[in-house]
Design a binder for this molecule. Structure first.
Ligand SMILES: [Zn+2]
Length: 306
């Protein structure tokens, strides 16, 4: 009797398993293949590649660091690649977007929280161009992270391009305008490459960790900094993101790449107050996880992973 009961239970469990598998199969059939189904679970929506005229700015959640993917229908650009130990996160994120190559990688400046994961990216993807700021001799880092990155670039037979302000990089269907550094500085943050993505009517500003001095000099030399979306410099620090600079960019949306409970107190309250006063909507990776801003038919939509 006991044996018959347990045989009956096993049969019921097998039936239940078959029914669950069938239900899962039907569910996946109607929600796309299994990879994109799981992408949708772990990443913000917009899982389809952008169409002609559309732009996506992905602020990848790398904690206290920086990594931004820009995607259009035919181009992909990575700006920074997170801190040491974040290479896997960035590589997996790019793979989840089904990318195989990057048209351009920009290292805004060689601090570890911006170039820490870049070597892994170069190893996993075909990178067509890579760019860093021009640094004076005493500022060239001697860190193992920097040296390994440089040797990987050399091993790949790649040429490390130096950023030249007031130049335009033409990509298949968009442009990156290089704006800064406009001076040589004795501070690596101020040496950050700043630039704008231009695609049709859409503009996105990025400036690495540039500080007030570099913001001021850029503004003096180039008053037209208008952008729809701005990545706040230096993780939303009050040593950057001055009122004059925010006004010059005039963005509707600001993105802040910042680690939860970071020891710097980023983003600083003064900066958040400045954003709120101007009605600039902002998103922080410590609160929202991965953030995707999409430009589509002249409208901006934002999706976050939490
Ligand atoms: Zn930084």
């Amino acid at each position: 009797m006991g044996n018959r009961k347990s045989a009956h239970l096993v049969r019921n469990l097998i039936c239940l398993l078959i029914v669950l598998c069938c239900a899962m199969g039907i569910f996946l059939k109607f929600t796309g293949d299994s990879a994109s189904f799981f992408d949708r679970l772990f990443h913000p929506a917009f899982s389809d590649a952008p169409k002609a005229g559309e732009v996506e700015i992905h602020q990848i959640d790398v904690g206290q660091g920086d990594a931004t993917l820009i995607r259009t229908a035919e181009s992909a650009v990575l700006i920074d690649a997170g801190d040491i130990g974040c290479g896997d996160t960035v590589v997996r994120y790019l793979m989840s977007r089904h990318l195989k190559s990057l048209d351009l990688v920009i290292a805004t400046h060689p601090h570890a929280d911006h170039i820490g994961g870049m070597r892994e990216v170069l190893e996993q993807f075909e990178v067509k161009r890579i760019m860093m700021p021009q640094l004076s001799g005493n500022l060239i880092p001697t860190s193992a992270t920097y040296e390994k990155l440089i040797s990987t670039i050399a091993e790949k037979g790649m040429f490390l391009e130096k950023a030249e302000p007031n130049t335009v990089i033409s990509l298949p269907d968009c442009e990156i305008e290089i704006l800064a550094p406009v001076e040589s500085y004795q501070d690596l943050n101020n040496c950050s490459i700043a630039g704008r993505l231009i695609s049709g009517e859409f503009r996105y500003f990025f400036g690495g960790d540039m500080e007030k001095e570099a913001e001021h000099d850029l503004l003096q030399q180039n008053p037209d900094l208008k952008a729809d979306v701005q990545k706040l410099s230096h993780h939303g620090s009050d040593t950057s993101n001055t009122a004059a600079f925010l006004d010059a960019v005039g963005a509707k949306i600001a993105l802040i790449s910042v680690g939860k409970g970071n020891s710097y107190g980023h983003p600083h309250k003064e900066v958040l107050d400045r954003l709120e006063k101007r009605g600039i909507q902002y998103y922080r990776t410590d609160q929202s996880g991965n953030i995707v801003v999409k430009w589509e038919n002249g409208e901006i939509a934002v999706k976050t992973s939490r």
